[in-house]
Design a protein. Structure first.
Length: 366
């Protein structure tokens, strides 16, 4: 295993040691937990604002517009103005709606996106949640968001919300199969479910999308298509199709109830892109080219967090490109694409990857 210049394990271990020297163990653990929670919430808010601004600018570029350009320099303050407006909006209660479930649903969606957000390996030693079954844990907690969407539709006492929730439930549960199979393909290649170990292997031996040959490339393409569907983004945004369902499952939400769904959509986009970066593009691992030792040494001086965020925003741009290029699909076409094409291809791709690993055909996992 090669050493890495920006290893945060030494820093976090030193901080933990100092806190345990001056405080009881329970107090040190409590302080560390509060600090980690504040970091997650801060990053959650910062990246949500950055992604909303990026979405508007990318959308404007694809539609030959300027995007936000009035409020602040280059329109940078437009998102802050929209957030302030949303915070001051009145929360309207619907008659005959289930108030408890209606108020609880947005928090469930945000908690699910925060848990998956905490699984991302920002740097070596910079992960918050790192289990030996990390991939399995990620799939499990990401499924909680579906429950929040279904509760929103069922509790709103609105037919549009109910239809949108039913569409969303069918779509998300369907496309989770392809995402799970593509992840399983890379788990078969790396031999581990631990997210930090997957990235460390790529630092030692090269990015998975390169050393995994054609099966890894196919898995990446399938993941990108299914990932957009998991985020309820175009061309898979039928659950909130404005032309027929007003706003889908969050039609009856206002104020920060709607704001939570809006934030969760963009953070799920970042999480899906971050996981693609982690299992396909090396995560925090810098770009290394065999034989160019000087170039590789220079790349090692770039912090891992910079590599991770840069790669993730590149994948975000690809997903936005996909959204603003293709027209919205019909709901039956969306489900047919998954069950007739993506899932069988994912199964065949998994089998091909397993054969390559078992017979050692050009894939080194040691």
């Amino acid at each position: 295993m090669k050493s890495y210049l920006f290893d945060l394990n030494t820093w976090t271990a030193a901080i933990d040691e100092q806190l345990n020297m001056i405080l009881p163990s329970w107090a040190a653990t409590l302080i560390e937990s509060v600090i980690v929670a504040l970091i997650i919430i801060t990053l959650y808010a910062v990246f949500a604002i950055a992604l909303i601004y990026m979405e508007r600018k990318v959308c404007g570029f694809f539609q030959c517009r300027l995007g936000p350009n009035r409020v602040g320099k280059w329109g940078l303050l437009q998102v802050f103005g929209d957030v302030f407006k949303m915070l001051t909006k009145e929360i309207i209660r619907m008659r005959n709606s289930d108030r408890l479930l209606h108020d609880f649903a947005p928090f469930l969606v945000v908690v699910a996106s925060m848990l998956t957000f905490a699984c991302l390996p920002w740097n070596k030693g910079g992960h918050i949640i790192d289990f030996n079954i990390g991939i399995f844990f990620f799939i499990a907690v990401s499924s909680i968001g579906v429950v929040g969407i279904l509760l929103a539709g069922l509790s709103s006492n609105n037919k549009y919300s109910l239809i949108g929730a039913m569409r969303s439930g069918a779509q998300l549960i369907s496309y989770e199969v392809s995402i799970g199979l593509t992840m399983l393909t890379m788990v078969a290649m790396t031999g581990t479910m631990q997210i930090s170990e997957i990235v460390q292997q790529q630092y030692d031996h090269g990015w998975n999308i390169v050393r995994g040959h054609i099966p890894a490339l196919f898995a990446f393409i399938i993941y990108m298509i299914a990932g957009n569907a998991e985020c309820n983004r175009g061309p898979f945004d039928l659950p909130e199709g404005e032309s027929e369902l007003t706003a889908g499952y969050h039609t009856e939400y206002s104020g920060m109830g709607f704001g939570f769904y809006y934030l969760a959509e963009y953070l799920n986009l970042f999480v899906i892109s971050g996981l693609a970066t982690t299992i396909f593009l090396g995560g925090w691992a810098p770009l290394h080219i065999p034989g160019l030792e000087g170039f590789n040494a220079a790349m090692d001086y770039v912090p891992g967090a910079v590599w991770f965020v840069g790669k993730t925003f590149f994948v975000v741009f690809l997903l936005m490109w996909e959204r603003w290029t293709f027209p919205r699909l019909r709901i039956d076409h969306i489900l047919s694409l998954e069950w007739k094409y993506l899932m069988p291809l994912s199964l065949v791709n998994l089998l091909l990857m397993a054969l390559l690993v078992v017979f050692g055909l050009g894939i080194n996992i040691n």
